[in-house]
Write a protein that binds this ligand. Sequence first.
Ligand SMILES: N[C@@H](CCC(=O)N[C@@H](CS)C(=O)NCC(=O)O)C(=O)O
Length: 262
Amino acid sequence: MIILYEHPLSPYAQKTKIALREKGVEFETKTPDISGKGFGGSEFLEANPRAEMPVLIDDDVKIFDSTIILEYIEDKWSAPPLLPSNPAHRARVRMIEEVMDTYYEPINWGLGEINFFGRAKGELAEKIVGNAKQQAASCREWLTKQLGDREWFNGDSFGWSDLCVFPYISLSSIQFGIVPTADSPLADWFNRVNLRPSVAQTVQEASDSIGDFEQFSLILEQGLFKRQYRDHRLEWMIRMGGLQVVLDGIEKDNIRFGKDFS
Ligand SMILES: N[C@@H](CCC(=O)N[C@@H](CS)C(=O)NCC(=O)O)C(=O)O
């Protein structure tokens, strides 16, 4: 049985769950144990020294990084294909994935740092949240241009880019009430995607686990778990005016940077 280490609120994990479900691949999910020890569980850490979800275990094959996992899924279970056949469109959908994973992801992550983990208060919090909402709105405009008059980001059928855009827009909506403008092409697309069984199940699991944030917050306060500030997230926090958030996190020792490989 395929095992996926994940958390239902991780957009990276959601990408891989939707892909597996679209292809009808059975899998079991596990959430790494973060209570008290950072990410515990040797199978997870052995598979991914970066201690990031998702991780896919297929017998002796252990893969980290959602994009590499998606590529493995596409290579191993070719039907139905999630990538378009035309090389230019394959490149186009991969660029959309890249933008969502590195540009949109820190917007939701940063809003979580402020709204759920209380990293900033008062004026600073307002400034960061305001910046984040503005960025999300302009990224939705960019996405609307990418969608054009297509039914799906992928083209004529649901695929790679749809399952890469959806988790971020969905998490913005269920966690922060940031939704596509009503009756816009993006809103219509969002409604269509939500109807897919692969997606509906993934969204339900995310909604059911929203309460976990309270638990995360407690564990963080107790110094038992450190949020990861790395590459695009770290840059985002500083760019949005939150350098002090980073400095406070270093002082309180409740943030971490990337881990070393050995
Ligand atoms: N590039 C990785 C990023 C994965 C990632 O950042 N996952 C987050 C969950 S959304 C994580 O596990 N973070 C660990 C932490 O915050 O300590 C991927 O695409 O899978």
